[in-house]
Design a protein around this ligand. Structure first.
Ligand code: OXD
Ligand code: MN
Length: 588
C-alpha cells in the first residue's frame, strides 16, 4: 500500500491510523500537511475526477462548484447518534446507541469501505493555534472534497501536528462516504472516547467532523466536564465612535441569519460605528482570569447558506465569497458564474441547476438547493476581527438567543438575571429550515439553538448553564430577540439585516448600564423611543406590534414549554420549571 510520509512520530496517532487502515483497507494513505502546494494538487485531482467543477476564473478566482448526491444535501438528525454508555446520559432529545453496539454496527460498514480509494489523514486544530481553548482533531476520510473544505474551515496540517506533539489528547474522527446510501448513513459520537464515526454522507455538517461533531457535540460534552461552554453562537464585536469595543455572542438555529448578523453593516444613521466578525456559527466560552466570559471561534472559515445571500442582505459575505470558495449545490450560468434564489440582479433565462440539469426561468423547481452552501476562508472577510487568532479570545458582554417565530416572541427582551436568561435560552423555539432534512416551517423547541448539537442530556446541559453562574463573577447580560415576527397578514414587522444594529445598540446600552428599560412580566423591553428608528421608514406602531406581548399567546407558549420540560423527568433542573410556573402564575 502506498503511504505518504507520516509527518509525525506520534505513536498514538500512527497507531490509531494503522487500526483505521486495517479496518477500511484503503489503497493508499496520504498524510495532509495543509500546504498551498497540497491544496493545488488535490484541487487538480478533484477537478480531474469531476468532484469539483471550475467556475469562471475571472469572475470567481480560485473557486469551484461541487454537486453532491441529491440524497445527501443536509444534516440528518434522525441518523445522528450520541453513543454514551447509559441512554439517560444522551437524553430524550438525542438518538442513542450503546457504544459497543454502535462500534459493531459501524465496523460492519467501515470494513473494506476504502478499497480502491485513498485515505486522507487530516490533522486539524479547532480554535487559535497555541490557545488553551483549542482542541486538536485528526480526521481520516476517503473524500478529497472533505480535505479541501477542512483546509478552509480549520487550521489544518503541520501546525496541528506541532501543537499535538507526542500527546494522546486528540479527537479521533473516522469518515467514509461509502456509497452515499441513506439506509447506510450514521453519524455516531462517542463522547467518552473523544471519537466520531461518520459513514455514508459527504454533506458538510455530517462529514467535516471538526464543525458540528467535534466543536458542538463532543465539545459540549468536554465543556461540561471541563467547566466551559461549547455553543451554536456567532461572535461579533462592535466599535462605537469613541473606539470602545464590545463583544456579543448570539445563538440562532441553523439558517436563521447568523452569518448575516455576524457580518452586519450598520445603517447610515450609525456613522462611526463598526462591526467586526469573530465567528458566524460556533463559540467556545470560558471564564477568564478577570472573571468575565471569554469566547473563541473554533473555526477558520464559513460554511454559509447561499440562497438569500446578496449585496443587500450581506455585502460582506458577497465579498468573502468572491475568491477561493467552494460552492456546493448552487446553480451556474452558462458563463460559469454561480447563481441562487435571492441573488442580486435579474433571474437568468437559463441555468444549470444544482443537480446539473438544464433549468429555465419560471420553473417551479428551485435552481439552487435551498441548503446550498459556500465554504470560504475567514481571511476573505473584509470586517474580520483582528482578534480571531488571539489565544485568549474576546470578552463577552451580552449573550443573545433568537429564533424564527412568526408570533409571540417580541423583537427584543432582556432577562431579569442569569437563571431567567438560561430559562429564555432553554425555552427557545424556531420554525424549522432547510439546513436539516425534514419538514420546514414547523415550530419546534430548540434550546440555545443546540437541540441537534448537544452531546449529552439536554437537562444536564441546562444545569451546566445554571452552574456557570457561580464560575463567572462578571457574567454577560442575556437577551432574547426575534427578527421574524409577522403581521396577521404574514408580512415581516421588522426589516432585519443591517437594521438589526438598532436593536443591537439597545442591547449594548443595556450591557453597559447606559439606558433604562420597561419591566414586563417576561423580561425587560425597550422603553418607547429607545430603539433608534431615525432614517428608517417604519411606523412606531409597527415596532410596537413587533415588541408587543400578547397574554393569550404567552399562556399557550408557557403551557407548551411544560411539555418540552416534562420529557426530561427528574433530571430537569427545578429552577427552570419554577421560573416557568412563576411566570404562568403572574399571567393568571
Ligand atoms: C450549519 C448548520 O451548517 O447549523 O451551520 O446547519
Ligand atoms: Mn450552524
Amino acid at each position: 500500500m502506498a503511504t505518504s510520509t507520516p509527518l509525525t512520530s506520534n505513536k498514538h496517532l500512527l497507531g490509531w491510523v494503522d487500526e483505521m487502515v486495517t479496518m477500511c483497507q484503503p489503497d493508499s494513505v496520504v498524510f495532509c500537511d495543509g500546504s498551498e502546494e497540497e491544496r493545488k494538487r488535490l484541487t487538480e485531482f478533484a477537478v480531474s475526477k469531476g468532484i469539483l467543477i471550475p467556475l469562471n476564473q475571472e469572475k470567481h478566482p480560485g473557486s469551484y462548484l461541487h454537486r453532491s448526491n441529491p440524497n445527501d444535501v443536509a444534516r440528518v438528525e434522525h441518523l445522528t447518534f450520541i453513543c454514551t454508555p447509559k441512554k439517560e446520559d444522551a437524553g430524550p432529545t438525542n438518538n442513542w446507541m450503546a457504544p459497543d453496539a454502535a462500534y459493531t454496527k459501524l465496523r460492519g460498514l467501515f470494513e473494506g469501505s476504502m478499497k480502491g480509494r485513498t485515505m486522507y489523514v487530516i490533522p486539524y486544530v479547532m480554535g487559535p493555534l497555541g490557545s488553551e481553548h483549542s482542541k486538536i482533531g485528526i480526521e481520516v476520510t476517503d473524500s478529497v472534497y472533505v480535505v479541501l473544505n477542512m483546509q478552509i474551515m480549520t487550521r489544518m496540517g503541520k501546525a496541528a501536528l506541532e501543537m499535538l506533539g507526542e500527546g494522546d489528547n486528540f479527537n479521533r474522527g473516522l469518515h467514509c462516504t461509502g456509497d452515499v446510501n441513506p439506509d447506510r448513513r450514521y453519524i455516531c459520537h462517542f463522547p467518552q472516547d473523544n471519537t466520531i464515526w461518520s459513514f455514508g454522507s459527504g454533506y458538510g455538517g455530517n462529514a467535516l467532523l471538526g464543525k458540528k461533531c467535534l466543536s458542538l457535540r463532543i465539545g459540549s460534552y468536554l465543556g461540561k466536564s471541563e467547566g466551559w461552554l461549547a455553543e451554536h453562537m456567532l461572535i461579533l464585536g462592535v466599535e462605537d465612535p469613541d473606539g470602545t469595543k464590545t463583544y456579543v455572542a448570539a445563538a440562532f438555529p441553523s439558517a436563521c441569519g447568523k452569518t448575516n448578523f455576524a457580518m452586519m453593516i450598520p445603517p447610515r444613521r450609525f456613522a462611526g460605528w463598526r462591526v467586526f466578525t469573530v465567528g458566524d456559527d460556533i463559540a467556545w466560552l470560558r471564564v477568564g482570569d478577570d472573571g468575565r466570559l471569554w469566547a473563541v471561534n473554533p473555526e477558520n472559515g464559513y460554511f454559509g447558506v447561499a440562497p438569500g445571500t446578496n449585496m443587500k442582505s450581506n455585502p460582506n459575505a458577497m465579498k468573502t465569497i468572491s475568491k477561493n470558495t467552494i460552492f456546493t449545490n448552487v446553480a451556474v450560468t452558462k458563463d460559469g458564474e454561480v447563481w441562487w434564489e435571492g441573488l442580486d440582479g435579474e433571474v437568468p433565462e437559463e441555468l444549470t441547476d444544482w443537480k446539473g440539469q438544464p433549468w429555465k426561468k419560471g420553473s417551479t423547481e428551485k435552481a439552487a438547493h435551498p441548503n446550498s452552501r459556500f465554504t470560504a476562508p475567514a481571511a476573505n472577510n473584509p470586517i474580520l476581527s483582528s482578534h480571531v487568532n488571539d489565544p485568549r479570545g474576546v470578552p463577552i458582554s451580552a449573550i443573545i438567543f433568537g429564533g424564527r417565530r412568526s408570533t409571540t416572541i417580541p423583537l427584543v427582551m432582556q432577562s431579569f438575571n442569569w437563571a431567567h436568561g438560561v430559562y429564555l435560552g432553554s425555552t427557545m423555539a424556531s420554525e424549522t429550515t432547510a439546513a436539516a432534512t425534514g419538514a420546514t416551517g414547523v415550530v419546534r423547541r430548540d434550546p440555545m439553538a443546540m437541540l441537534p448539537f448537544a452531546g449529552y442530556n439536554v437537562a444536564d446541559y441546562f444545569q451546566h448553564w445554571l452552574n456557570m453562574q457561580k464560575r463567572v463573577p462578571y457574567p454577560p447580560k442575556i437577551f432574547m430577540v426575534n427578527w421574524f415576527r409577522k403581521t396577521k397578514e404574514g408580512k415581516f414587522l421588522w426589516p432585519g439585516f443591517g437594521d438589526n444594529m438598532r436593536v443591537l445598540k439597545w442591547i449594548l446600552d443595556r450591557a453597559h448600564g447606559k439606558v433604562g428599560a420597561q419591566e414586563t412580566l417576561f423580561g425587560w423591553v425597550p422603553k418607547q423611543g429607545h430603539i433608534d428608528l431615525s432614517g428608517l421608514d417604519i411606523a412606531p406602531e409597527t415596532v410596537d406590534e413587533a415588541t408587543h406581548i400578547d397574554d393569550g399567546e404567552w399562556k399557550a407558549e408557557l403551557e407548551d414549554q411544560k411539555n418540552f420540560f416534562d420529557q426530561f423527568g427528574e433530571r430537569m433542573p427545578k429552577t427552570l420549571e419554577l421560573i416557568r410556573q412563576q411566570l404562568l402564575s403572574r399571567l393568571s
